[in-house]
Write a protein of this length. Sequence first.
Length: 439
Amino acid sequence: MYAGAGMALARPRRRASAQEVTPSPPITGTTLRVLMPQHPLGSYDDALRNLGARWATAQGVTLQLDLIPEVDLPATIDAEIEDESGHDLIGTNLPLLHLAGDLQDLAPLADRLVELYGPPADASDLSTRLPDGRRPALSIAYAPAPLIYRRSVWERYGLPDGPATWDQLHETGSQLWHEEGMNLGFGLSREPGSERFAAMLLASFGGALLNEDGEVVIDSPESLEAVRFATALYRDAMSPESLDWHTDRPARLLADGIVSIVSDDISTIRLAQQRNQEIANDLFLAPPPAGPTGNAVTPASSYRAFHIPRFTANPDAAHAFILMLVASSAELVGGSQLADRAAYGSLVPDLVQAGGWLDTDPYGGQPQGKLASLKTSAAWTAHPGAPAPASALASRAHAEFQLSRMLARAASGDLSPEESVAETARWLREQARAQLVIR
C-alpha cells in the first residue's frame, strides 16, 4: 500500500517513453534489484513505483524495488559491498564517490545522456565526477535547499524577506529565541541536514575542506571563524535539541510553529500543507545567507544519485532503468511536488517557463508565485565539497558527518573551536595518508 501525499496531484505530461530507451542487448526475462531511500513525500515514491511497474512490464523484467528509510541506507550498502552481493542499482541522496573502487564507472552512460538531452545542471554534473574523470555515480535530479522561514515572524523584526546575512540571522534569531521562544531550525548532529548546514556556513565564511589540488585546508582562519560563529549561534538562538537532531525534525518543527526558519527543500512546505495550512501559507523562501566572504551557497538536500556496484548481476537492466528515470523526469518532478530540479532541464521546461509550475504551483502552495525564486537556485546550489572539485575524500567526510561533528564539539563545549577544527583536520589527513578514501 502506498503512502499518500494528502492532496490531488496534477499529472505532468511525459516527454519520452520507456520504449524509447529500450536497451541493447535485450534484458527480457532478467531480474533487476533496486535499492533507494524513501522520499519525504509519498507522492514521489508512488510515482517511482508506477514508473517502475510500467517499465518492467514493457521490458519483460522482474523488478524488485526496495525503498527504505534513509537512515538505514549506509549500513545496508556497506554490508552488500562487503558481501559482494545484493542490489544491482543503488540510489542515494548524496553521491558515494568514496566507494568508487567498488562501483562501476558511469561516465559512458553520462555521455549518452548528454547526447540525448544536452548537458546536465552543474549540481548534478559536478557532484558525481571525480577529478580523474570517473563517475562512480550519476545524478538524475537535485533538490535545492533554500532558507524556508515564517514570514510573519521575521517581518515583526524588520526582515520580511528573511535574513540576508548570517549576522542578521544571528541577531534576529537570538531575539526570537529569548522573546518568543522560537529557535532556529538548524541541527548540529550526525544527519544529512546538519551536515548541509555546516557546509553552508563554512563556505560563506570562506572555509573549505580541501583546496583545488585536493590538499586539506580545513584548519584555516576562515574555518575557525565559522566554528566560532556556530558556537555563538547555538548559545544565543538554538535549543539543546539541535545536538540530537533527526532527519525529519525541521519539517515537523516548522509545521508545528516551534521553529522560525530551516534550510531544506520544499518538501518541507508540502508537509506543512498537510499538517497546518495557516503556517504553510506563511512559509516563504530565501537564498542562503551571505557570510564575511559574501559566498552564499549551499549543497542540495538531495542529488538523486545512482550507483551500480561492481558485483551487479544485471548491469544492462540497471543502465536501462536509469535511462527510463531520466526520460521520465517530468513525472518524477511532479511526484516530488516541485521539490526536485531535473538534472536534464530540457525534459521539464514547464517547471521554469513564465507562467509555469514554479509560478503557479499546481500543488496548492499559497500565495501563488512564492516558489518562483527557485528558478535561480542553480546559482546558489553547490556540489558536496565545494569550492574544491568533488572528491572521494570530501565524499567520505560528508558521509561520516565530519563538518557537523566539528560544529557540535565546539557548540557543546566538549572542545574549543580551535581544538575541534584541529581534530577534523587530523581526521582528514589521516584518511588521505592511509588511502582509505577509495577502496
